[in-house]
Design a binder for this molecule. Structure first.
Ligand code: FAD
Length: 396
């Protein structure tokens, strides 16, 4: 059996494509027992589908590679994605922080709409069929069968949350075929450090603070968890967090040193009020700098108090690890962008074979930017295939 278009991967990118591309006979193949498993857990089940910020803000949300997809993002923008979803019968709303969700707050509504449209567009979906090879005679080999294609789209995602089916297996197949695949790293994952002092302050968060890992800098919100650091700023910089690297956090800025003379309050109570920060956070900090929280302010050397304030301005930790792929929201690395024509997402070395979504070397910030890229890259392929005369290229 020969298919017009075969899409490997019934995830966000594959389904966005199938929801936009009408074919005579199309096939989506997925190794998992149900489609869109990762899509269903996005935004904690409520699916932060894109961001409502100005499209000019988008490229910088994808790190160094963002400028390479600037045109793509402008052409198949957040506004286009929102129009598409509304057209499919999924009304959306934008939160104050810019994140866009379905009004129902149900990722399943997004998935159902994409699946229905894909089926109406001529795609059937074969589940429980992991692809194990792509052969030179334009065929795809699964654990069960071999299928011929006119056009093939690889939309197999990264390697994070492998239980959702995205296990990186396709990237090994492509590497063996001479396609350059950049090292896969967990992205958007919590960071763990040696001697983490803030277990007791779990749940405390900080807005827009400076975060550095070696020469990599970012600014963003930080959440203290029972095991380590999380929150959008930490997640963003996490791909650079290797064991032994130095993580620096600036919890406070421009704070004057307090006077200690004649202050009878305990260090803990005094600093909690003086810095206007949660008590458990100050407790953890005093533990880190080795000051007894019950000591009276007046009995602690001023130098030690100054050192504590300095520490809060520039607190250093040694990274012990990260949440890894098991807890990463995205995978950094993947098919090198050099392998792709970035206006069509066709592979330069394999005509009629395309790659979209997280399987490529793009990973974005939290805030809806990853699903936006899944959509934008899928639309580039839909547009390319549509603009060829479908009936003459794909005779029944
Ligand atoms: C917990 C969590 C929350 C997230 N929340 C958000 C959010 O709110 N907003 C946002 O923008 N992004 C979010 N993301 C990121 C976003 O989900 C991904 O970037 C996006 O799903 C990538 O889409 P994709 O189609 O490229 O890959 P995937 O959605 O991972 O789909 C890939 C599909 O390919 C299949 N597959 C893989 N290998 C094979 C093979 N060899 N043979 C057959 N099938 C195969 C898999 O089974 C899978 O179904 C989140 C991620 C996680 C883990």
């Amino acid at each position: 059996m020969k298919y017009d278009v075969i899409i490997i991967g019934a995830g966000a990118a594959g389904l966005f494509l199938a929801s936009k591309l009408k074919v005579n006979n199309g096939l989506i193949i997925d190794g998992n027992s149900s489609p869109g498993e990762k899509l269903l857990i996005t935004g904690q089940g409520s699916c932060n589908i894109t961001n409502g910020c100005d499209i000019k803000e988008f490229p910088k949300k994808y790190g160094e590679n963002g400028r390479k997809i600037r045109r793509l993002l402008y052409k198949y923008s957040n506004v286009k994605l929102m129009e598409h979803m509304e057209h499919l019968g999924v009304p959306l709303f934008q939160r104050e922080d810019g994140k866009v969700f379905p009004k129902s707050l149900k990722a399943s509504d997004v998935l159902d709409a994409l699946l229905d449209t894909a089926k109406n567009n001529g795609f059937k979906i074969n589940l429980n069929e992991k692809v194990i090879n792509i052969e030179d005679d334009n065929s795809v080999v699964t654990e069960k069968k071999k299928y011929k294609f006119n056009k093939l789209v690889i939309a197999t995602g990264g390697k994070s949350y492998p239980d959702t089916g995205s296990d990186g297996s396709m990237l090994d197949i492509l590497k063996n075929k001479g396609i350059e695949v950049l090292e896969l790293k967990p992205g958007l994952t919590p960071i763990f450090v040696e001697n983490y002092p803030y277990k007791i302050a779990s749940g405390v968060s900080f807005k827009d603070i400076e975060i550095n890992i070696d020469e990599h800098k970012t600014k963003g919100d930080v959440l203290l968890t029972h095991r380590g650091f999380s929150g959008p700023g930490i997640l963003r910089i996490s791909e650079f967090a290797m064991p032994g690297k130095k993580l620096t956090l600036s919890f406070v800025k421009d704070i004057k040193y307090p006077k200690t003379e004649g202050v009878s309050k305990s260090v803990l109570n005094y600093l909690t009020d003086y810095l206007d920060l949660p008590k458990n956070f100050i407790k953890g900090t005093l533990l880190k700098v080795g000051i007894n929280e019950d000591d009276k302010m007046s009995s602690v050397a001023l130098g030690n108090i100054k050192a504590t304030i300095d520490e809060l301005k520039n607190m250093e930790f040694s990274v012990s690890g990260t949440g890894g792929f098991a807890q990463a929201m995205v995978t950094a690395g993947g098919i090198s962008l050099e392998e792709l024509d970035l206006s069509t997402f066709e592979m330069k070395k394999r005509k009629n074979v395309y790659a979209i979504g997280e399987v490529t070397d793009i990973s974005g910030d939290t805030g809806g930017f990853n699903l936006q890229y899944a959509y934008s890259s899928a639309m580039a392929v839909a547009h390319t295939i549509h603009s060829i005369d479908v009936n003459s290229v794909f005779p029944r």
